[in-house]
Design a protein around this ligand. Structure first.
Ligand code: ADP
Ligand code: ADP
Length: 221
């Protein structure tokens, strides 16, 4: 489903050059739930951003669902991202002055959908994460765990084959973190969604199928 070949990422400024990723090779199967761990600064977010087609590698190639991405235009990359990928971040990234339902509908605005379809899909996604009773709330009126559930609903509303999660439980206490993890496990198990998750928490990583460890830009396990 995701194939990375010899990925290198170099960040260059006037004075500094940082090798953030060094010859990463990774195959993620359809339906797999993979976690990525490693110390701060080892390249986890960079790797996730590259898998998510948000950032380009300096060298190497990425295939998503057997499709090479190296020659795609920005517009084609954006389309692929919108069709295949759902993103979840540590700090939720909800729009504070939009109600829950409108937040969840956002990714569908880039698709050929009617308002009625958007409403139906967003309602179904919120049902899936157990938030049907909060559709008219604003993000500031929700707990951290509820906000993350809205973010998951927004990530899954377009039925992506892949979810990329950057420390989705990082801002939550362990009870709320476990709730979020249960939802991700359910999406993986029941819908067959492929998930790649960056985490600092070994208890979360343990629940996934496979763990990749990064150290200083290189894969060590
Ligand atoms: P992690 O997510 O594991 O904390 P990152 O992927 O954020 O690590 O960063 C990997 C390395 O790349 C770090 O040394 C970081 O300082 C560097 N880095 C990340 N983003 C940039 C950037 N935009 N410009 C320069 N260096 C960066
Ligand atoms: P933090 O760990 O500081 O909370 P996040 O998990 O919120 O960071 O974000 C992780 C990375 O994803 C950052 O490099 C950020 O720039 C990027 N990012 C966050 N939101 C979006 C978005 N909506 N679209 C594209 N990239 C994003």
């Amino acid at each position: 489903m995701i194939s990375l070949q010899n990925i290198e990422k170099v960040y260059r400024t006037d004075t500094i050059q940082t090798l953030a990723l060094n010859r990463i090779n990774l195959e993620v199967e359809k339906g797999e739930f993979l976690s990525i761990m490693g110390p701060s600064g080892c390249g986890k977010s960079t790797l996730l951003n590259i898998i998510g087609l948000l950032d380009l590698p300096s060298k190497g190639s990425i295939n998503i669902d057997a499709q090479p991405t190296g020659n795609l235009s920005d517009k084609q990359l954006a389309r692929l991202r919108n069709q295949k990928l759902g993103f979840i971040f540590q700090s939720y990234h909800l729009i504070n002055d939009l109600q829950v339902l409108d937040n969840v509908e956002l990714p569908l605005l880039y698709r050929d959908t009617t308002a009625k379809e958007r409403r139906q899909l967003a309602t179904a996604a919120l049902e899936k994460v157990g938030l049907s009773n909060r559709v008219k709330h604003f993000p500031s009126q929700l707990s951290g765990g509820q906000r993350q559930r809205v973010a998951i609903a927004r990530a899954i509303v377009g039925k992506p084959e892949i979810i990329l999660a950057d420390e989705p439980t990082g801002n939550l206490d362990s009870a709320m973190g476990n709730e979020i993890m249960d939802i991700l496990l359910q999406l993986n198990r029941e819908d067959g969604t492929t998930i790649v998750m960056v985490t600092h928490d070994p208890n979360m990583a343990e629940k996934t199928h496979r763990l990749v460890r990064l150290f200083d830009g290189s894969q060590v396990q």
